[in-house]
Ligand binder design. Structure first.
Ligand SMILES: C[S@@+](CC[C@H](N)C(=O)[O-])C[C@H]1O[C@@H](n2cnc3c(N)ncnc32)[C@H](O)[C@@H]1O
Length: 207
């Protein structure tokens, strides 16, 4: 088979395994994308938002093991927040992984779009969860993180543009923050805010 055909078959198989199979085996809906034009909310953040799409399962699992392997970092010491949680794929996987290790700690998802949060809530219920995950409908570029601990572990799957990233990072000043940045398009904004890279993985696709 020609190389380009092989690449398409390989991508299609990866997409099925990483996105669709997760939903099929758990009776959840994280994979159907919602276009920004379908968003029923108005906030400054929407102007710089990227559309909802679910992160790949293995990328989320690998992120957790990467965090666990960092010296002096234990996920339990941090408040974990998925910034732009969409339909909750990251929360579902994170929760499942922690449970398999006999660990449990506070998980939060913050999402701009209330319709996506409703689906996220249903998804969590479908896997027997719900009460253990806090869901907040808000634009993180103007959100007050005061109610959270000073140590934050944040997951970002390329949720917004550089301008919103800058406004968001200003809300976190003075805290101990680790960021898992999946598809780090605006990494330079984090660097401008004094972050440094402690671990990096490159994949075949920008996911
Ligand atoms: C690429 S999706 C990621 C979904 C989920 N975290 C995952 O990895 O499966 C990015 C999400 O960020 C949300 N988002 C974008 N800008 C936001 C903002 N300013 N505040 C809160 N959520 C935002 C979008 O609505 C979208 O659901």
């Amino acid at each position: 088979m020609e190389l380009w055909k092989l690449n398409i078959v390989s991508l299609a198989w990866s997409y099925f395994r990483e996105i669709k199979l997760f939903d099929l085996t758990r009776h959840v809906n994280t994979h159907r994308r919602m276009r920004l034009e379908a968003y029923r909310c108005a906030s400054e953040g929407l102007s710089g938002a990227n559309l909802d799409m679910a992160a790949w399962t293995s990328v989320i699992v690998d992120s957790l093991s990467e965090v666990m392997s960092l010296q002096g970092v234990s996920p339990g010491d941090f408040d974990f927040i998925d910034i732009g949680c969409g339909k909750g794929k990251v929360l579902l996987v994170w929760r499942e992984c922690l449970a398999s290790m006999g660990l449990a700690h506070a998980l939060t998802g913050i999402e701009l779009n209330p319709d996506l949060l409703d689906i996220c809530r249903d998804n969590l219920r479908n896997v027997g969860g719900g009460d253990d995950v806090k869901l907040i409908c808000a634009d993180v570029s103007s959100f007050d993180f005061g109610a959270f601990s000073n140590s934050l572990l944040l997951y970002l799957y390329n949720p917004f543009d550089g301008r919103i990233m800058d406004a968001f990072l200003r809300r976190l000043l003075g805290r101990r923050v680790y960021v898992i940045y999946n598809n780090p398009v605006h990494i330079s904004v984090l660097m401008d805010h004094g972050f440094r890279v402690v671990s990096e993985r490159k994949g075949k696709y920008p996911v």
